[in-house]
Structures are given as structure tokens and as C-alpha cells.
Write a protein that binds this ligand. Sequence first.
Ligand code: ADP
Ligand code: LRH
Length: 478
Amino acid sequence: MARILALDLGAESGRGVVGALTDAGTLTLEEVHRFPTGGVKLGAHLHWDLPFFMRELHTAIEKAELGGALSSLGVDTWGVDFGLLGPRGELVGLPVHYRDPRTVGMVEKVYEKVPKAAIFARVGIQTMALNTLFQVAALAEQSPGLVEASEKLLFMPDLLHYLLTGTAQVEYAIASTSQMLDATTRHWATETLAPLGLPLHLLGEVVPDGTQYGSFRNIPVIAPGGHDTACAVAAVPAEPGENWAYLSSGTWSLMGLEIPSPILTPEAEAANVTNEGGVLGTIRLLKNIGGLWLVQECRRAYARLGSERSYDQLTRLAGDATPLAALVDPDHPSLYAPDDMPKAIRELCTATGQTPPEGIGATIRCCLDSLGLKYRVTLAMLERLTGRKIDTLHIVGGGSQNRLLNQIAADATGCRVVTGPVEATAIGNILLQARAQGLITGLDELRAIVRASFPVETYQPDPAMTARFAEAAQRAGW
Ligand code: ADP
Ligand code: LRH
């Protein structure tokens, strides 16, 4: 039996999860440690608390070792963010959080110099101001001294791998979230990006997912595919032959299809989709949807007012509220980083001619219905782009514990929804390390292990509700 540790950091929480893989091909999990992540405001900027993360990772490793020897460990995190290293391998500042406002106006500035179409045709990534491309453009414009002091850019999982092992490498799956990597050649899109005058020399050679980076106290450190979404999608328990889409549901809702090669057409560009590098040669065609961030931020706002509620309590209140009473675009810029999310939602409803939700239940219901509607529109777009007809939506991640949202997803899309595992990201991380150790042959076997090891729940759409979502989509003009 192999014991493997996943160090999985999301934007809301990080965890250490030990997977025990038996020779018979089943996996059991033990969560040995969990800690909050989130951003820290330091002066004018929003950062990630890297020293805290390192302490927590050390704690997770120590706790994991209490149960026996580990055959490897590996880190995955959210995409796009990075740290900088100087000539002696020293950190140049703390990594900046993707919700920091330094990228305001950068999309326009970048696309003025190199047209959006030219960049999309090469890198195939959805335009979002948070992408590394726009963060690096902001860095070069606003902090040239930092660029001058730096020799290397490492994405978050690689930065953590570096701090554990001393080896500084750039892994493919996480690099693909940057909007700077050529989706076809898997090398940096240097020629296309050259007119931007960015410090492209900071970008190191890209190594494949599954690469061993060295070791931490004799434990081999393996980059699983350092992007959390890559790990989550690898662990989707899809059956062979199923017409499936995935929804990785956490701070973000990542909805998409697994495809063999990137779709870089003008239609894909117009639809503003992403072709992220998946593990083991796959591509994740997906849309980033501003997901349960809305609920997280409402919860934080209510707690500030002295009304602390668990996610279960919030979901129950939403279940009692009137469905489809108010709808907002989860990706509206005003919801990206407001000080007061419930207020921002109310203002957006008023601005779009709707009666704003009053009270906790109605507000959370508005968030969940809005996500459902966005799932409907996104799935239809993905079907159009690929010519596939989807009948099963697999929902994984922390958000799959929200049974109301699972049913809304089924109703809104008209698909059968299959939920679980909740810890798909950690599972994918563990099994991709097992694959790199030669214990698993590939994705088919990996998914068979997930199916054999973790239960799922199924939700059927209610046709009457599907019709109401169809009307709502028309009314909203989405
Ligand atoms: P991330 O990896 O982005 O930190 P997770 O995958 O851990 O996110 O998912 C976190 C989200 O899952 C929370 O924001 C919350 O909306 C949802 N969630 C967690 N626990 C529950 C629960 N018991 N009931 C409903 N939703 C939950
Ligand atoms: C989800 C995620 C997503 C990225 C976002 C920044 O955690 O990795 O895939 O786009 O974080």
C-alpha cells in the first residue's frame, strides 16, 4: 500500500490529505490538516500569506508522517498567481493576490499592443484581468525595480515546491493558466508576446506534470499537475462512453469538457473560453464562472454584522426563499471584489430593473439561481463549440456539498447531475503522484479507482423548472 500526501490549496482553504492506495486499486483518504487561505491586505495591496502557508504545509507533512512513511507528496493551488526569485534564489516580495486591483486597465493596454485575436489564436485562454499576463504587464509598468531584482517567476505550486525542495521549475498545467503559454507547442508564446516588452526572461523552461522536483526530508516531491482544476477534473468519476461535462465547484465554478486538443477558432475567442493544459495530454475546454465566491463573501458580510451562519444554514434559508426572484451575472465586475457583497448584489439588481433581494435567504437564493442560469448558458455554448451533446454533469469540489445548488444545476441545464467526490482535487493530486510513481497506467485507470472508492449522488432535472430557467435566460438576454 502506498501512502501519498496531497497539499491542496484553494482560495478559501488549504488541506493536507493522505491517500492510501491499495494493490487492489482502491483509495482511502484521511484529511490530516486544514487551514484558512484567503488574502491579506498589506498597505495598499492584497497578498497571499506565504510564510503562513509554509508553516501550515510543514504541519500537514508532520501530521501525515505520524500515520507512517509517505511515498511522495505534491502541491496544487489555484491558478495564475506567482512569486519572484532573485539571483540567489531569494524571494522578491510576497505573491500578490489575483483580486488585487493592480491589473485594472491592463487588459485594454495589452490588447492595444497585441490584438486579443492574435493572442487567443496561440494561447487559447479566456480573457480575465486576473491572468498572469495582465499581472506581469502591471508589474512591469508599476514596479520595474522588482522586475530588475528578479531572475525567475514561479507559479504558486512551483513556488511552494521550491521552498520545500530548493528546485525551481515550472510545471505545464499551472503554466497554462498564465495566458502566456502556447496551447499547441506547450512552450511560452514568446514571439506573439514580444511586442508587449514584458520580462519574458523570467519564464523558465516548462516541465511536464508528474515531474519529480527533488525531496523534502527524504520524501519525494512530485508536481501532480500543480493546478487545482487540473487535479479536480482528473478525478471526475465519469464512466467510459458517458457524454459528460464537469463543474469544479468551489470559490470558482469551472465548467467544461475534456478534449484532446485546443480549440483556437474565432468562435472560441468570441465565446471567451479557455483551453487549459490538463494532465496526461488532455485539454480542459472550460469557462471560469465567478462561483461560490458570491456566497463566501455574503457569509463574511453577515458575520461582520454579528450574524454568523454555516454554509448549511445559509443553504437552508435559500431553500425557503422564492426561486428565480432575482438574477445577477456572477461575473459582473461589480461582484469581483466588493467591500459588501449583499449590497453589491442589491445594487446590481436595481441597476438591471429587478427588485433587489432582501434578507439572507433571498440573497443566497439569488446567488445560487444566478449560478444555475450561468451554468445553463455556458453548457449550451460548450455544446455549440464542440458539437457534443452533454447529458451528464459531474459536480466535484467543496460546492458539491450544496444540495440545493446541485438540484438547481440539474434543473437549469436539464442534465442529470452526478455529485462527488467533494475532495476531487486532493484525490486527483494523490492519484497523479501515484501515476508518476508507476502505480497507475493512465486516466482510465485513475477514474476507475475514483469510481470504486467514492460514492456519488444523482439528481434528475425537473422539466417544469428547466422551462422556467429557459424563460429566465431569455428574459435576462444571456
Ligand atoms: P476552494 O478550493 O476554492 O477553497 P472548496 O472546493 O473547498 O473551495 O469549496 C468551498 C465552498 O464549498 C465554500 O465556499 C462553500 O460555498 C461550499 N461548501 C463547503 N461546505 C459546505 C456545506 N456544508 N454546505 C454547502 N456548501 C458548502
Ligand atoms: C480555481 C482556480 C481557477 C483559476 C482561479 C484563479 O481554484 O484555479 O481554475 O482560474 O483559481
